[in-house]
Design a protein around this ligand. Structure first.
Ligand code: PEP
Ligand code: CO
Length: 454
């Protein structure tokens, strides 16, 4: 019998496999109609951008770049507004500036943005006061309100999600084309908080030092450093609702390959990484770089099969393993994972998501994460990779450009009691802008590259 990876693939072949976490649409004809419409609409990203990201990820795999992947746990349709999008972009740009300065390598910026509208849930239904309804699965599937109408999955929302994703990326592209991401103009990224932040002095020192470096280089070379530094920005989301992903999968004849053109870098979540499952089947056929979340439940054989199924040709930059073990389990789990992958002879890009293994309930019952655990997991990740002759090539974080109170700790020592003040997430707790910048400063400090030539 042929093993799954040797069977023919097409954008709908996932439908022959068990598909976890899918909405159940009652009206099959309405779903088919939406999928047909989505398949005709223009792509959100284009294949040459996807190829460029693959090349950059291959460089990160060689240790020449570092990946910063971050954004909301779930984007909401309501938050698709200019100020919120700009703030998220700004915090990611500030973090990347700090990281470039400390690590002395280019940072690949990938947002959890422009399509991060679907969420895996621990249960298919939710019961309140004896009433059971389908779980809320994100704005692209249904509504959070606890009524039968709101919770009914609506295929039209797939179109609304596509539109929001396109609007979001259109705005980001315009900002970046206008020079927003240009290192000559870090003042554009001011979030209005630096003035009262505990990191004001350090952040401003880094900005000044980057500005001096640029000026010096441009003076002696009489050239403007723009093309190299007006860095790009890429989109990513969890490839969860497979009808959405399928409908935007296009054959690019020039390259003779299929691309998911709804995003640059889709990833497979931890709950949908089954070897014989629909998500792995879908992702094995696309040319995009793909991420996979790796948790404690994944043993060596599972991980090895994932690596060989998703990247059979061992193409550099194709596969990013995003480990998310939690501070308490990383020491026992990560070394085994590194060794298991090494035994396949394949190379991957390893990055750490220090968020999803560190979620806990606060005393008030709100979901939270402690800054100290996030930092500890990242420190351990760096050390373990180093000790085993591997390297940590990036981070994956849930953050927002706003002043929320969802994670505890950080320089302002947010406590459990502070969480109520501005807890806005309907899903996972995110780092707020100050905690995000602090994390970038700490990563940069701990991984500071030695000065060249010394
Ligand atoms: C997420 O990234 O929001 C998520 C659900 O993560 P994981 O699949 O790692 O649990
Ligand atoms: Co999350």
């Amino acid at each position: 019998m042929k093993t799954p990876e040797h069977q023919a693939w097409n954008p709908t072949s996932w439908q022959t496999r068990p598909a976890q976490q899918q909405p159940i649409y009652r009206d099959a004809a309405a779903l088919a109609d939406v999928v047909a419409k989505l398949s005709r609409l223009p792509p959100i990203v284009v294949s040459w951008e996807v190829e460029r990201l693959s090349d950059e990820l291959a460089a990160a795999q060689r240790g020449e770049r570092f990946l910063l992947q971050g954004g909301d746990c779930a984007e909401s349709f309501e938050d698709c507004e200019s100020d919120k999008i700009a703030k998220r972009l700004k915090i990611l740009l500030q973090m990347s500036l700090v990281l470039t300065h400390g690590l002395k390598k280019p940072i690949i910026r990938v947002g959890r943005m422009a399509g991060q509208y679907a969420k895996p849930r621990s249960a298919d239904t939710e019961t309140r006061d004896g009433v059971t309804l389908p779980s809320y699965r994100g704005d692209i599937v249904n509504n959070a309100e606890f009524t039968p109408e709101a919770r009914e999955p609506d295929p039209q929302l797939l179109l609304r999600g596509y539109e929001r994703a396109a609007l979001t990326l259109n705005f980001i592209r315009a900002l970046i084309d206008g020079g927003f991401a240009d290192l000559h103009h870090p003042e554009y990224w001011d979030l209005g908080f630096v003035g009262h932040s505990p990191f004001k002095v350090e952040y401003e020192r880094i900005v000044a030092s980057v500005a001096d470096g640029l000026e010096f280089f441009e003076t002696i070379s009489s050239k403007e450093v723009h093309t190299a530094l007006r860095a790009d920005f890429y989109a990513s989301h969890e490839a969860l609702v497979l009808h959405y992903e399928q409908a935007q999968t296009r054959f690019i004849a020039r390259n003779n390959r299929w691309y998911n053109l709804s995003t640059h870098m889709p990833w497979i979540g931890m709950r949908t990484a089954q070897l014989d499952g629909a998500h792995v089947e879908y992702c094995r056929g696309i040319a995009n770089p793909v991420g996979v979340k790796v948790g404690t439940a994944m043993d060596a054989a599972w991980l090895q099969r994932l690596v060989t199924t998703l990247n059979p040709q061992n193409t550099p930059g194709k596969l990013t393993l995003i480990h998310r073990f939690g501070a308490k389990d990383i020491e026992s789990s990560l070394p085994k994972a590194i060794q298991a992958v090494r035994a396949t002879g394949h190379s991957v890009l390893w990055i750490c998501d220090p968020m999803h293994g560190n979620t806990e309930s606060s005393q008030s019952g709100l979901k939270t994460r402690r800054f100290e655990n996030i930092l500890r997991e990242l420190d351990l990740a760096t050390r373990i990779h180093q000790d085993l002759g591997s390297h940590l090539g990036g981070v994956h974080v849930e953050l927002t450009g706003e002043d929320v109170t969802e994670c505890t700790g950080g320089a302002r020592k947010l406590a459990d009691l502070d969480l109520q003040r501005a807890y806005k997430s309907t899903v996972d707790p995110r780092l707020n802008y100050e905690q995000s910048l602090e994390l970038a400063l700490l990563i940069a400090e701990r991984n500071r590259a030695p000065r060249r030539g010394r």
